[in-house]
Ligand binder design. Structure first.
Ligand code: TRP
Length: 442
């Protein structure tokens, strides 16, 4: 094996990790999950979970990655815990499944860019979604999206991932700020903000436990934790950075962008008199497209919106593919180009059912996101908190300038609250997924 690549700059690494975190999860999944799960009350639970459950697990991933300098699977033997390799295997499989349907949604986004430019969805937002979301065209655009992702990952860490992130992440943020200002000028803006931002304490108290499973799934998905993306990205890091500070910055940026997406989407919904929460997976697409056809400057705004979504989706998809590609390069010694081509072929094939039937997409999402991702998170927390703790503290402390109690606090958060919450949520979600499969497919 040749010498392993590293990030060229700290900023490059942070932007790539932010690019991974910020994606369809923030702009497409977050608003509709928030709407389905009760608006502001959900937002509160979600923010708590991101900070106290998601971030600690993300830090376990960084520590494993930086100490081992290996891909997700070989990382475990490299730090002396070969038995825990299963985490890497489960993670790679989860990443594979996620990318297979993530690319399908990425393909929808490309079609919506064209639809906005040409006005194809004017007057028929519902019908357009139906046309875009399943069929041969869906598979074709799915493939196009995957090829774009492969194109960048094929160039490697510095020339591919880092360079793309430096260009794309700032573009996403700039364009989103522009749209948030636009949304603020719409007539329904005040109502949208009220729904989104003023939590009803009574709902919060009565529904907190019910909100928990969806909020936990979303927290892991949005931070890209649970499959080893951050192990892989951490493996290209040098020792002199504060992982805590980097993790915190990444979490903060991801959260701000999700909140910003809500500040765009909810005013647009309310301006159109659309009830948030009607709708599942297609909600963001159908309602927003409907809104863009009637709002002032809607075509342009729609185009900008879907371009943002595409850029954000690409930088996330890079990170998932990189997990799989780095594993293949390290284990087979094959060239990056072959490893990339082979993986995307497999991913495309596995994702095909979801391009032809939305019910499969729902099921893939439920299994990967609500079960496997959280299982990965739980195993990482158990491993980091109970097995690897002493070495983890040593590695975590490198480059750290904050007080000594922080590393210990981190371990204790992993040991008890993270493990308890994730076990509870995982159990709930498994019960749920079995129901989803029964109702969707059988
Ligand atoms: N975080 C990304 C988003 O919000 C999706 C993503 C990228 C992801 N890498 C991941 C999700 C790894 C789970 C695991 O769109």
């Amino acid at each position: 094996m040749g010498s392993r690549e590293t990030w060229a700059t700290r900023l490059g690494f942070i932007l790539a990790a932010i690019g991974s975190a910020v994606g369809l999860g923030n702009i497409w999944r977050f608003p509709f999950i928030t709407a389905e799960s009760g608006g502001a009350a959900f937002l509160v639970v979600y923010l708590l979970l991101v900070a106290f459950i998601g971030l600690p697990v993300m830090l376990v991933e960084f520590v494993i990655g930086r100490e081992s300098k290996q891909n997700v699977v070989d990382a475990f033997p490299a730090i002396g815990y070969g038995n825990w390799k299963a985490i890497g295997v489960i993670g790679s499989i989860t990443g594979f499944i996620i990318l297979s349907y993530y690319s399908v949604v990425g393909g929808w986004v490309i079609q919506y860019i064209f639809g906005s430019l040409t006005g194809a969805y004017t007057g028929s937002a519902e019908a357009y979604f139906g046309q875009v979301s399943s069929g041969l065209n869906t598979a074709g655009f799915d493939l196009l999206f995957i090829l774009l992702v492969a194109g960048v990952v094929g160039f490697g860490v510095r020339d591919g991932l880092e360079r793309a992130a430096k260009l794309l992440v700032p573009s996403v943020v700039g364009l989103m700020l522009f749209l948030a200002v636009y949304a603020a000028t719409l007539p329904g803006a005040a109502e949208g903000y009220a729904y989104y931002l003023s939590p009803n304490l009574a709902t919060l108290r009565s529904d907190a436990l019910a909100i928990l499973p969806a909020a936990a799934g979303q927290a892991f998905f949005t931070l890209s934790t649970g499959v080893g993306v951050m192990i892989t990205y951490g493996s290209y890091l040098d020792e002199d950075r504060s992982l805590l500070r980097d993790g915190f910055v990444i979490m903060l940026a991801d959260t701000c962008i999700a909140v910003l997406a809500g500040l765009i989407v909810f005013p647009v919904f309310f301006a159109q008199g659309i009830a948030p929460g009607d709708g599942g997976i297609g909600a963001t697409f159908v309602s927003l497209a409907g809104a863009f056809t009637t709002l002032p400057g809607g075509r342009l705004v729609g185009t900008v919106f879907f371009v943002i979504l595409l850029l954000a989706a690409l930088t996330s998809a890079f990170s998932i593919l990189e997990v799989i590609v780095s594993f293949i390069i390290d284990t087979t010694g094959s060239a990056r180009s072959y490893a990339t081509a082979g993986s995307v072929a497999g991913i495309f094939i596995v994702g095909l059912p979801t391009a032809f039937d939305l019910q499969y997409l729902t099921v893939y999402d439920a299994i990967a996101n609500n079960v496997l991702l959280l299982l990965g998170g739980l195993l990482l927390a158990l491993f980091g908190g109970w097995v690897y703790a002493t070495d983890a503290i040593t590695e975590f402390s490198k480059g750290l300038t904050s007080p000594q109690f922080i590393p210990k606090l981190w371990i204790w958060v992993l040991r008890v609250p993270v493990v308890v919450v994730l076990s509870y949520v995982l159990y709930q979600n498994i019960v749920d997924v079995i129901q989803t499969i029964q109702t969707s497919l059988l």
